[in-house]
Write a protein that binds this ligand. Structure first.
Ligand code: ADP
Ligand code: MG
Length: 250
């Protein structure tokens, strides 16, 4: 059973443009397969929401619906606080164009006049020194930093992250988690992160939603103060509680 999400204190300042999205009885079918079943949910403005669940449970489909890359089969999606065009998506691979230098990858689809802004966002992700490098010279983590810069320059009102860190080694992943949290705090966008990693979900988000077979099986707030430490006993307890719930269902 889904639990109602409780009001929780925000630890970052939401940006006025940040998206709020309400899903009312959203379902999605592909052919005869029901992938999302009657999902009702409000993604609140400026909040960091994590979505966890096994492979094939419908997480990416839900993100694609939030990005309006996919239509619902039934039910409604209502956006507020935003211009829908400022949704950006980040994937497991950085999707950089290998024939464009780092800064030109950040500038894809934008006029050259944005070069200064591109330098600024590359600074924000710690890659200013690499602005004239070719993508193949960068590590996986650095390539994901470029993907983040490419998202940031578009001033997202909604940043959708589909397992962006799952191909990275554990230490790089910790670095990237800190960076994503920092950028979220500085920019105040609404963030929705799909991850396999329960520790990552608990560490970064204000709320963890679990999807099982296309349904929300739980929805819990994470109230721990930020900045969060991995050894915070409250976080460890919540992480164990979530893992316990997942294991109960297998
Ligand atoms: P997750 O991201 O949780 O692993 P997905 O949302 O990618 O899950 O997929 C959920 C289910 O929907 C899977 O069974 C997948 O095969 C199916 N599916 C996803 N996209 C399509 C599509 N475009 N056409 C047909 N089936 C799809
Ligand atoms: Mg997926």
């Amino acid at each position: 059973m889904a639990q109602p999400s409780q009001k929780i204190e925000l630890y970052n300042q939401a940006n006025e443009q940040a998206a709020q999205i309400k899903l009312d009885h959203v379902s999605k079918q592909f052919g005869g397969t029901q992938v999302l079943k009657d999902i009702s949910l409000t993604i609140e403005q400026g909040r960091f929401t994590a979505i966890v669940g096994k492979s094939g449970s419908g997480k990416s489909t839900l993100l694609r619906i939030l990005a309006q890359l996919e239509q619902t089969s039934s039910g409604q999606l209502t956006f507020s606080g935003t211009d829908e065009n400022s949704t950006t998506m980040m994937y497991q691979d950085s999707r950089l164009l290998p024939w464009k230098k780092v800064i030109d990858n950040v500038l894809i689809g934008l006029p050259k006049e944005r070069t200064e802004k591109a330098e600024e966002v590359l600074k924000a992700v710690g890659l200013w020194n690499y602005r004239h490098a070719w993508p193949y010279k960068l590590s996986g983590g650095q390539q994901q930093r470029v993907a983040l810069a490419r998202a940031l320059i578009r001033k997202p009102s909604l940043l959708l992250l589909d397992e962006p860190l799952s191909a990275l080694d554990a230490l790089t992943r910790l670095d990237m988690q800190q960076l994503i949290e920092k950028l979220w705090k500085q920019n105040g966008f609404t963030a929705v992160l799909v991850t396999h990693d329960v520790q990552e979900a608990v560490r970064l988000s204000d709320r963890v939603i679990m999807i099982e077979d296309g349904e929300i099986s739980f929805d819990i707030p994470i109230r721990a103060k930020r900045p969060r430490s991995l050894s915070d006993s409250t976080l460890i307890q919540i992480e164990h509680e979530i893992l316990h719930r997942i294991l109960q269902r297998t």
